[in-house]
Design a protein around this ligand. Structure first.
Ligand code: UDP
Ligand code: UDP
Length: 459
């Protein structure tokens, strides 16, 4: 099911909701999907987003939105000299947004004359925007763009010892220390400060929307809503899996044209999301593994965090002659693909994925088996959700992006074959996909959650 993004007509008894996404496609995409879902419920939505974006993909997505849906939100200049030169540009932009909350009230006064029902802010900007919204007398909700498991970790983080060998959250979730987002191992890291401050601020929000569904993370959602994770946490609304909001492309990309020629459920799709790079040495092992597996594959290569920095041709990364050698068996591309279209293509059987949360929910909705290879951040926590639900396999010894060592080709090839051949996984993903479809059906959990959210903003 997909919803279309058209601004609702507005009017006196139509609630007006402002959405404030943070940097990166992994944050912007769920906000755009949320905008579509709210618009479909006749809520008047405006997206506040900085139009000078970090990546070209964000720019393209923003420029595809109807112009009256979008307002260019100002970001206060960030003194880059305060951060290590190697800092992730997406992370710096998130921090820039978090430090721009004082601009909210003047911006709203200049932009809106009628009352605002609610602001929904990205988790990474929660600690500064929740108080700023309160000062402007606007109820503030948070969209949590990762799993409910990560939400439990984030909201409980002010009360946890993150150095324990296993982080036990209310007895319902146990996260081994090696699965934590790596910066959390350093209590002085800015990510840790942000994470804990945002987690603490959640208690002051009017509600938390999370892009998951009850059958995927039942215990954690129940524990969050029954005060077991943190007493006094506001209601958590499971509104996922947020369905795609974008129009289907009118022209077929080379990736889709290639998939059209492949047999039913025969292809492994390989992609590590919008901002996860891979070293050339690891790419060569991955290339060798895919070739050795004998499976058909569609591989999206990414050598830099920010797409605007990508230079050089594919051969430079995967080895001269590779692309030609695998022709017919595998297609290697270096540009953005419409992942939701790829995952719902009849030829796709499996997804070698970094387990960014959007990718996980998209695979769940499409009924595609996942071979989980988390590379950074929240991805090991998400990979555990994948493995627990039988949505795929997770070889948990495979290294992080920044760790020394490589996952070798033979190992990759073995796991790719296992995922493609495992008949039990096929059964479980079909069940998960049916549950995902039921969650977003008219009487499903997502619509019920939206109805509760609406009740709250109309009070
Ligand atoms: N995506 C896409 N095409 C690409 C790469 C990514 O459509 O070539 C989309 C993907 O479908 C997902 C989002 O970008 O919706 C990436 O979010 P995710 O949480 O999976 O990972 P992140 O990029 O934040 O690490
Ligand atoms: N996150 C969080 N609290 C924060 C910042 C992030 O819980 O203060 C979550 C958020 O949902 C994010 C995840 O941690 O998806 C990992 O963050 P990271 O910056 O590594 O990845 P990103 O989301 O930026 O792709």
């Amino acid at each position: 099911m997909s919803s279309t993004l058209q601004p609702s007509s507005g009017g006196l008894d139509v609630p007006r909701v402002l959405l404030l996404p943070s940097a990166g496609m992994g944050h912007l995409i769920p906000f755009v999907r949320l905008a579509a879902a709210l618009t479909a419920r006749r809520i008047d939505v405006t997206v506040l987003a900085a139009c000078s974006t970090v990546s070209a993909a964000e720019s393209r997505l923003l420029s595809s939105l109807p112009s009256d849906l979008l307002l260019d939100f100002p970001i206060a200049p960030l003194d880059a000299s305060l951060f290590p030169p190697s800092s992730d540009p997406f992370f710096l932009r998130m921090e820039g947004l978090r430090r721009s909350a004082h601009l909210l009230q003047p911006f709203l006064s200049a932009s809106f004359s009628s009352p605002i029902s609610a602001l929904i802010v990205d988790i990474s900007a929660a600690s500064s925007f929740i108080p700023a919204a309160a000062a402007a007398n606007i109820p503030c909700f948070v969209l949590f763009t990762s799993s409910a498991a990560m939400l439990a970790l984030c909201s409980a983080s002010p009360f946890l010892s993150l150095s324990s060998s296993e982080i036990d959250i209310a007895g319902v979730l146990k996260i081994p220390n090696y699965c934590l987002p790596p910066p959390l191992h350093d209590p002085n890291h800015l990510f840790t400060t942000q994470f804990v401050e945002n987690g603490r601020a959640l208690g002051l929000a009017s509600g938390i929307l999370v892009n998951t569904f009850p059958s995927l993370e039942p215990e954690v959602l129940f524990a969050l809503n029954s005060g077991k994770v943190v007493a006094g946490l506001p209601p958590v609304f499971a509104v996922g899996p947020l369905p795609p909001a974008r129009k289907m492309p009118t022209s077929l990309s080379p990736a889709i044209q290639w998939l059209d020629k492949q047999q039913e459920r025969s292809v492994m799709y390989v992609s590590f999301g919008s901002r996860t790079m891979m070293s050339s040495a690891q790419m060569r092992e991955l290339g060798a593994g895919l070739e050795m597996s004998g499976c058909k594959f569609l591989w999206v290569v990414k050598s830099t965090k920010v797409d605007r920095d990508e230079k050089g041709d594919i051969d430079e990364f995967v080895g001269k002659g590779y692309v030609r050698r695998v022709e017919g068996r595998g297609l290697v591309v270096k540009e953005w693909v419409e992942q939701e279209v790829v995952l719902s293509h009849r030829a796709v059987a499996g997804f070698l994925s970094h387990c960014g949360w959007n990718s996980v929910t998209e695979a769940a909705a499409a009924g595609v088996r996942v071979l989980a290879w988390p590379r950074m951040g929240d991805q090991r926590v998400n990979a555990e959700v994948v493995a627990r639900n039988g949505l795929g396999l997770w070889p948990s010894e495979w290294v992080w992006e920044a760790e020394e060592g490589l996952v070798v080709g033979e190992e990759i090839s073995k796991k790719v074959r296992e995922v493609i051949e495992d008949k039990r996984l096929v059964e479980t993903v079909v069940t998960v996909a049916a549950e995902a479809a039921a969650a977003i059906a008219d009487d499903g959990s997502a619509q019920k959650s939206f109805a509760l959210f609406e009740d709250k903003i109309m009070m």
